[in-house]
Design a protein around this ligand. Structure first.
Ligand SMILES: [Zn+2]
Length: 238
């Protein structure tokens, strides 16, 4: 399985996942023309697109995908908030943290609930036909799932609370919103330290904030949390 960030910031998000048989897009937060360029003008042959929530930087550009026949999947709450005909809602039972698995081409997808200021935000466990397992979670205050046998982790590392606190130009109301809807680097590291990462080979840090992150330090902290065997990379803004 290959996980490839195309864009990763509050300006726009898009990620490509391939398992040697199928290609899946995660998020549609960049203009269709830009996406086409990044995919060598093959967006129409994508096997599907999964959306985590309705915010513009994740779902603002689904129209272009739908127009060229790509199936776009979202939770029922997200699909409703998007109010876009053609979005396919998957099952997300009330009171349950995870939805039942569903298939998209050769992938098996398991949605799980995340914690963000959106209608019904989710992250995804994605199983490839090659036997690999990716966990993708962005825009979430925290995570409390210990998903087994994960080989690639792609998780939000949005801000450092120390940098955020020092920022005198950002209004307190905005800081509060960040703290109540995004993942802090130390919280992520604590989560990582509690995981069994026996089969994991790669960790991607997603959605680093422009104003409140430090890429080099974030990678260092994450490396310390997961140990030297796992390759840690920060997804570039794109
Ligand atoms: Zn969001």
């Amino acid at each position: 399985m290959i996980f490839k960030p195309i864009a990763s910031s509050s300006a726009g998000n898009a990620y490509l996942v391939t398992d040697g048989t199928s290609r899946l897009l995660l998020e549609a937060g960049i203009p269709f023309k830009r996406l086409q360029k990044a995919l060598n003008f093959t967006a129409q042959t994508l096997d599907g697109c999964l959306i985590t929530h309705e915010h513009k930087d994740h779902a603002g550009h689904i129209k272009g995908l739908l127009a060229c026949g790509v199936s776009v999947y979202a939770s029922p709450g997200t699909a409703q908030a998007l109010d876009q005909e053609g979005v396919t809602p998957f099952l997300m039972p009330e009171g349950r943290n995870m939805g039942p698995p569903f298939r998209v081409a050769s992938f098996t997808v398991v949605p799980f609930r995340t914690f963000h200021d959106a209608a019904e935000p989710v992250g995804y466990l994605i199983l490839g036909v090659d036997g690999e397992r990716l966990v993708f979670a962005t825009d979430t205050v925290g995570l409390n799932y210990r998903l087994p046998g994960v080989t690639i982790l792609a998780l939000e590392a949005n801000y450092d609370d120390e940098i955020l606190s020092r920022n005198t130009r950002m209004p307190e109301t905005r800081k509060k919103r960040v703290r109540n809807s995004h993942m802090e680097i130390n919280r992520l590291c604590q989560y990582l330290e509690g995981l069994d990462l026996t089969g994991c080979r790669e960790l991607w840090l997603l959605h680093l904030s422009d104003a409140s992150s430090n890429e080099g330090r974030f990678v260092d902290l994450a490396e310390r949390a997961v140990g030297p065997r796992i390759i840690v990379r920060a997804a570039q803004k794109g």
